[in-house]
Design a protein around this ligand. Structure first.
Ligand SMILES: [Fe+2]
Length: 351
């Protein structure tokens, strides 16, 4: 639990949870008298004093174990001969979690609670502390849920703001990224990936090209095919995307996926020429969704391909640019009605 959360559920002081009803008896008091006091005052524990200072504690259990079980005469047995001593005392300001830690490390089951001036204010038992902590935790649960909800909303807003930045720089890249993210989700569903992995793949797809904000508009929006030198300028965008997102802890699982979304299955991609399983699974999924969407949308330098043509091209590149196992899954997914009906929606429920 981080410091912020720990602060939010800081436990209250023991003062509000101790038993205030205490009875003090002198060390020389007989156990018969102690027993009578306990019954009359309806208490299960008394503080034994010597020279008006607390010297020990006697509980009902002490009387059973140390007097009755040993056949001692309660009239002749004095309080100081069966009390538990020395007694452990804690300030009434001490918080419940600290009290529990102290009790467990010292292996004690009860303690005397003192107020200012070292006066006895009450007694607290292990059971009192456990009950109190459960009450506190339950009462804080709603508060913690609310904080968690706020943190989630903050993250979702960050994702939206980041996406709007990308979209403002280049609307095509924004629209394309949303569609790639939706298709990558459908492929991930078909692969049966777990929710956290799917979430990382979705977010990685959404921001895979955010590094393009670094590229000159004259290249990004060029209406003719790119020159070799211009293509070289575009290449670092996957590494730049990863660099931009790295400071956001919640996006940690997307960094490698984004970094390698232009690797080729045969090792001829970039930036690191990884091949086969060396390429993160998410990148192998996104690269297919990325290519399919790019091929089937209009670009200033060429018209959109028909879906059938694009599928044919992806099949032809299976085993070269694309992982053949994922191409198979893609072919299943692309031929059926869309799982995510609105591919232009920004935030899916998986976030
Ligand atoms: Fe890219």
């Amino acid at each position: 639990m981080d410091k912020f959360m720990a602060e939010r559920i800081k436990s209250p002081a023991v003062r509000d949870y101790m038993t205030r009803k205490i009875v003090r008896v002198d060390a020389g008091t007989s156990i018969a008298r102690v027993s009578e006091l306990m019954s009359r005052k309806k208490i299960s524990c008394v503080v034994v004093e010597k020279a008006r200072r607390p010297a020990g504690i006697i509980t009902e259990r002490d009387m059973i174990n140390k007097v009755i079980a040993k056949s001692r005469d309660p009239r002749l047995t004095t309080a100081d001969s069966i009390m538990t001593s020395p007694i452990f005392s804690i300030s009434e300001e001490t918080d419940l979690i600290t009290v529990r830690r102290i009790m467990s490390s010292k292996k004690i089951r009860r303690a005397v609670v003192t107020s200012s001036g070292n006066r006895i204010a009450g007694i607290v038992t292990e059971t009192d502390i456990s009950k109190a902590l459960s009450e506190v935790l339950f009462s804080k649960l709603d508060e913690i849920k609310l904080i968690y909800k706020k943190i989630r909303a903050l993250f979702t807003d960050t994702v939206k703001a980041l996406f709007l930045t990308l979209d403002a720089k280049d609307h095509y890249t924004g629209t394309h990224s949303k569609a790639v993210a939706a298709l990558a989700c459908e492929i991930s569903d078909e692969l049966g990936l777990d929710a956290p992995t799917k979430r990382n793949i979705y977010l990685a797809a959404l921001f895979h090209d955010i590094g393009k904000i670094h590229i000159k508009d004259s290249i990004l929006r060029k209406s003719a095919s790119l020159l070799e030198s211009e293509f070289e300028e575009i290449k670092p965008h996957s590494s730049i995307s990863a660099l931009i997102l790295r400071p956001i802890g919640e996006l940690k699982g997307t960094i490698d996926i984004i970094m390698h979304h232009h690797e080729w299955y045969n090792g001829k991609g970039y930036p690191m020429r990884l091949k086969r399983d060396e390429i993160p699974l998410g990148s192998r999924i996104i690269t297919i969704a990325d290519s399919y969407n790019a091929l089937t949308t209009n670009r200033p330098y060429r018209a959109a391909m028909k879906p059938g043509q694009a599928i044919k091209m992806i099949k032809a590149l299976s085993g070269k640019q694309f992982d053949p196992a994922i191409v198979k899954v893609f072919l299943k997914v692309i031929r059926r009605p869309r799982a995510y009906k609105d591919r232009s929606a920004l935030i899916y429920p998986i976030i």
